[in-house]
Design a protein. Structure first.
Lengths: 339, 547
């Protein structure tokens, strides 16, 4: 009995080794995409692309930062052809580490210069806005016009923000840091820390839910989380507030999700096909559709419920800055002790 | 070619000389063990190398800014989880070992089943349950209204709760087996002298159980130190999480290595303490005549109390999470989202875990065998070096292996080699411990008898040694299999492209909040672990009754 068991184990070992040999075979016409974007917001596009072109795509999903680390350590051994991230900070960091190849300017030029790298080593595909979500029934909230008002003592225990490990939160703080100065932003963070107490949110969707249920009056989120909640609960008493729209105000912070081609990919032609599909009118419309984001390409409208791009003021910070100043922001958050 | 041979014969190059002298000193077995230990030490070498690159300023800023807080966070968590696991594990083990009651066999199973649920699944499920509209949150609000706030899991208390229910089973297993094998005469003598049962427990059982408790708690503490899933979901900054963030968010590998080095020293201190306490175990075990422990039948009141306590433990440590998984899996089943890809994740997971477990027991054998045969400083240090997997955080092991393979074995990169290697190194200590324990029964005279009767070394190994330790081998395989099946951080980093396992999917789906997809994956982890657990429990019972 026991020897049989042991033999069985050796058999298993053999099978697993064979299986591993099988798993390592990479097909010549297959694209490998490291994707830090949520599966359900990228899979529909990939499937459409494969059905139209017949090019197979393997999606390797994980956190953007983890994948960037993987690309960096792998160096020229990487099997990745493309890298997709939902944070311009990551994309720009990858560029600074020299991990990406330039994308053909014919493809890149469809995207406005502010939403891509100077050398086209990465391009933005869809943009998200850092906005406030407000409970319509909240009292004494009229004075809130700016994200910086979240530090106002009048909002004690009434605001909802994510913890400072959240990529969107970090990118937002970078924009504020570049629009104001470090001391100002540090004070703002300290004020918010006082207002939240220990109750921080792990997810943006939970912030919207808490505001909708009236547990909190105002929250700082990416705009599409509001529409995602409204799609499920059309009667939720929440509305979007575009912050910092006054004459001297900094405007709304934007961030982009984007794509880059690995410097060590040997399938650049195929990879560029996928990128051109992403920036095509059809692909861009899909980005607007799956997640209510702003298509990066000009002239493709966002979903109708979303405030139109160009109808409000956006902070004048190029997306590349999100990578260049990322470490500064992390240091500032550490210094303040933002939880 | 012949010219080359010529030079070898007349003047061996230095590597060959060293090789020959090594072989003379430690034998083939020793060489094999040396090779395996060298591979197991790769992540440690990576840490040593990377942290040696850290400048003095880097060390100073780590020392002044990060370390005090991290040390306090990590140590206080370890102490609290140790207390929690002690309370749950020792109490349940004592009740089950000393009382005969209806459903006792079921109770044993219920205390071990939490091992099938990984910490990140516990953390994920309980954060949802403790929300206002979650199962526990809504009951809480109904009972207390808004007067008492719902406990916040994103705190040291929450992390302690999660890690205690996830880890107490180790204490339970070790303590109940020690209780089964302890000498009842001592307890009876104490009772005759007029001590109450509680006094007997404090003055007789507890001191005798100290080695088992220490071993169990050391296992729990090592799991706390290396836990990645729960602390990162609950954002509690321990060394492991902080090392991960340092690497991932800041690309600061040297800082991460510096922190890892401190963690290594911390964990080694625990390991040394555990070894020290186990040294006494031998003393206790010698000279006692073996007599079966008789269990007293529980009275009706006792029965009620026993099941209230055990029921409460199992409710939180297994039944509630299971019910949650079933509910959402049912939802997923109805929505028809469990397609072929999902079953692909299941088979990927089983394959990787089985492969890692098999390689681990094969790799552990020479090291354990070498140690039992020679018992030298060298062999002891081999055992300690192989414990490195338990001491280093998963992300660091993964990075070490990744760098090693890219530099040394580059052609193998991209397949399963890196993943399997990391899993084997991580869980080698588990395999070693149980093999070492069973090899202790193997006295040299048994082997010598085999040799005298004419068996060659290989036949002796096959017909005498392996059959005698096959129980230990099976336990080792099961332990590694269970942990490898649940492993998250190294798998996240090292899995081949597009190769997703259940833990990876749970991680991804949980961060996307698609409960329908996370729940069936978690459920399949539980189901996948059950046969392995059954094998181990059956084995335990057999070895228990044969004595």
């Amino acid at each position: 009995m026991k020897t049989m068991l042991l033999r069985g184990l050796f058999g298993l070992l053999l099978t697993s080794l064979l299986a591993s040999a099988y798993a390592t075979t990479v097909h010549a016409d297959e694209l490998i995409v490291y994707s830090g974007r949520k599966d359900k917001f990228i899979k529909p596009l990939i499937e459409k692309f494969t059905s139209e072109t017949g090019i197979k795509v393997v999606l390797h999903s994980a956190k953007s930062t983890a994948l960037l680390n993987k690309l960096r350590v792998e160096g020229d051994r990487t099997t990745a052809d493309l890298f997709i991230s939902n944070d311009a900070g990551n994309l720009q960091t990858g560029r600074q580490l020299g991990l990406f190849a330039s994308i053909d300017s014919k493809i890149a030029n469809t995207i406005p210069t502010s939403l891509r790298a100077e050398d086209n080593s990465w391009i933005g595909l869809s943009a998200r806005a850092r906005v406030l979500v407000v409970n319509k029934n909240a009292k004494d909230i009229g004075f809130v016009k700016s994200v910086f008002d979240l530090a106002d003592p009048r909002l004690k225990d009434r605001i909802a923000i994510t913890h400072s490990g959240n990529g969107s939160f970090i990118a937002g703080v970078t924009v504020y840091q570049l629009s104001k100065d470090d001391a100002f932003v540090a004070n703002w963070l300290k004020g918010m820390k006082k207002n939240t107490g220990s109750k921080l949110f792990s997810k943006h969707s939970k912030i919207v839910k808490a505001v909708a249920q009236g547990k909190k009056d105002v929250g700082l989120v990416n705009h599409y989380y509001i529409y995602r909640h409204l799609a499920k609960h059309p009667d939720a008493p929440i509305s979007i507030l575009l912050p910092d729209q006054g004459k001297d105000d900094i405007g709304v912070a934007w961030n982009v999700a984007g794509v880059a081609i690995s410097k060590h990919s040997n399938k650049k032609v195929l990879a560029e096909k996928l990128v051109s599909y992403f920036v095509s009118a059809a692909g861009q419309a899909q980005f607007a559709g799956v997640n209510s984001e702003y298509p990066a390409r000009e002239g493709i409208p966002a979903a109708s419920q979303v405030p139109a791009a160009g109808s409000y003021k956006v902070a004048d910070v190029p997306m590349t800055a999100l990578g260049k100043h990322r470490i500064d922001t992390l240091n500032l958050l550490d210094k303040v002790g933002m939880p | 070619m012949s010219a080359l041979e010529q030079t070898f014969v007349t003047e061996p190059a230095w590597p060959i000389k060293t090789w020959q002298s090594l072989q003379r000193k430690v034998g083939w077995l020793g060489l094999l063990a040396t090779g395996i230990v060298a591979i197991a030490a790769v992540p440690l070498l990576f840490v040593l190398y990377s942290s040696s690159q850290l400048s003095l300023d880097g060390w100073q800023s780590l020392w002044s800014e990060r370390l005090p807080e991290l040390l306090w966070n990590t140590l206080s968590l370890a102490v609290l989880v140790a207390i929690g696991s002690f309370a749950l594990g020792v109490s349940s083990a004592w009740l089950i070992a000393r009382r005969q009651f209806a459903g006792r066999c079921l109770a044993i199973w219920l205390m071990v089943l939490p091992l099938t649920i990984p910490t990140y699944v516990f953390a994920h499920i309980y954060t949802i349950m403790f929300e206002d509209d979650g199962w526990i949150g809504s009951i809480w609000l109904a009972v207390f209204g808004n007067t008492v706030a719902i406990p916040d899991l994103y705190s040291i208390g929450g992390v302690t709760f999660i890690l205690s229910i996830a880890g107490f089973s180790y204490v339970f297993l070790l303590v109940s087996s020690a209780l089964e094998h302890s000498n009842p005469s001592l307890e009876e003598a104490a009772r005759i002298q007029g001590l109450s049962p509680l006094q007997v427990f404090w003055h007789v059982n507890l001191p005798l159980l100290r080695p088992a408790i220490a071993a169990g708690l050391a296992l729990v503490v090592l799991h706390v130190l290396s836990d990645f899933g729960a602390v990162s979901m609950l954002r509690y900054q321990t060394f492991t999480l902080s090392i991960y963030l340092q690497m991932e968010g800041r690309f600061d590998y040297q800082g991460a290595a510096g922190l890892s080095l401190v963690l290594v020293f911390l964990s080694l201190a625990f390991l040394v303490m555990e070894r020290y306490s186990r040294r006494r175990q031998r003393y206790y075990a010698t000279g006692t005549q073996q007599r079966r422990v008789s269990r007293r039948r529980a009275t009706t009141t006792e029965l009620g109390m026993i099941w209230t306590w055990l029921g409460l433990i199992t409710l939180f440590a297994f039944l509630l999470p299971l019910a949650w998984m079933l509910e959402w899996s049912w939802q997923a089943w109805q929505d028809d989202v469990l397609d072929a890809t999902f079953w692909g994740y299941v088979s990927n997971s089983l394959l990787v875990a089985a492969g890692a477990a098999t390689i681990a027991i094969i790799a552990a054998f020479p090291v354990a065998f070498f140690h039992t045969r020679k018992r030298s400083t060298l062999s002891t240090s081999y055992i300690q070096l192989s414990s490195i997997g338990f001491v280093l955080p998963g992300p660091v092991i993964a990075l070490g292996i990744l760098s090693f393979i890219l530099v040394v074995l580059a052609p193998l990169y991209g397949g399963m080699t890196a993943l399997l290697m990391a899993l084997v190194i991580r869980f080698l200590p588990l395999a070693l411990q149980s093999q070492e324990a069973s090899l202790q029964h193997l006295t040299p005279s048994i082997e010598q008898a085999g040799r005298i009767l004419g068996a060659g070394p290989l036949e002796n190994l096959r017909r005498v040694v392996l059959p005698m330790i096959s129980n230990g081998m099976i336990v080792a395989w099961v332990l590694v299999f269970i942990d490898a099946l649940k492993e998250l951080p190294a798998t996240l980093i090292l899995r081949p492209t597009g190769f997703d396992t259940l833990p990876v999917r749970i991680w991804i789906e949980a961060s996307e909040e698609s409960l329908e997809l996370a729940a069936p994956a978690a459920l399949m982890l539980v189901v996948g672990t059950l046969p392995a657990l059954w094998l181990m429990m059956r084995n335990n019972r057999q070895s228990g009754s044969s004595e």
